[in-house]
Ligand binder design. Sequence first.
Ligand SMILES: C[S@@+](CC[C@H](N)C(=O)[O-])C[C@H]1O[C@@H](n2cnc3c(N)ncnc32)[C@H](O)[C@@H]1O
Length: 298
Amino acid sequence: MSQRPEFSPAPGSTTIKVVLNQAERFLQRNDGQTARLDAEILLGFVLGIERSRLVIEADTKLENDEAEAFNGLVNKRAKHEPVAYLTGAKEFWSMSFKVDPRVLIPRPDTETVLELVQELFQTHKPCRFVDVGCGSACIACGLASLFARVSGVAVDRAEGALSVAKQNIQNHGLSARVETRLGDLLEPVSHERFDIICANLPYIPTAALDDLPLDIKLYEPLTALDGGVDGLDCIRRLISQAPANLDYQGWLIMEVGAGQADQVDQLCSRAGLVEIQRHKDLSGIERVVAAQWLLKPQ
Ligand SMILES: C[S@@+](CC[C@H](N)C(=O)[O-])C[C@H]1O[C@@H](n2cnc3c(N)ncnc32)[C@H](O)[C@@H]1O
């Protein structure tokens, strides 16, 4: 089998402008749909400067160690390693989150969950939430950042994910308001009631995992993606558990996969949840299903 050529411009002889152009062409040849952007983020990361400064510093020469570090990252990117894992960070809800292969990289679509919380809860009253399948804790931190009197629990069944979540909660100064618990769905909070249960759980049908882009398939945790035969294994169980953990007038807010909103809507309704709402993401896909619990606890 022929070896894929490596990206290795001679260190010491190259400027920011030149090396960016070379990396862009190299990544394009290797399937890179976002070649220029990726090259800029990676070079900004290596040099410790904002992307916008790369233009101003276009004629600056790279030091040897900088060029070598950049070459290494470009080669990894050409093998589909996600930029966020290479830099160790991803922006979500205008906050920076530490990420590594133990957690799913936060997606812009997931911000739909927080937009909906903002719509439903324009309140300054104390409010309790649980984020189920928290991963990096992007939803939990985003939610806590919305209202000063909100507090909650971030749950994940993966120890590695929970350790990343803890660091992010700490980095955002939210440890006093957001705690982490290890376990399956709502089991770690089984005796508590919440105003908000939010969740972005795995929802990809097992048979569709093989069709995912290589960036995802090769690097992101399968346990964060695999939703079982119809993709709804976790979501179905969460909906059946939710009424026992929702306060009167509390909301269950879930991210779902494309084409799953109808089924999830019906599951909510069968569980006795009402006021069911479906919200589209920026691509027009029904991405979030929310439902309210209107029975007072006995
Ligand atoms: C799709 S990822 C979402 C992560 C994060 N909430 C986000 O939006 O980026 C799903 C997360 O749910 C966790 N998970 C999967 N099944 C779970 C279960 N039964 N109980 C708790 N967490 C679960 C996975 O470990 C993973 O971190």
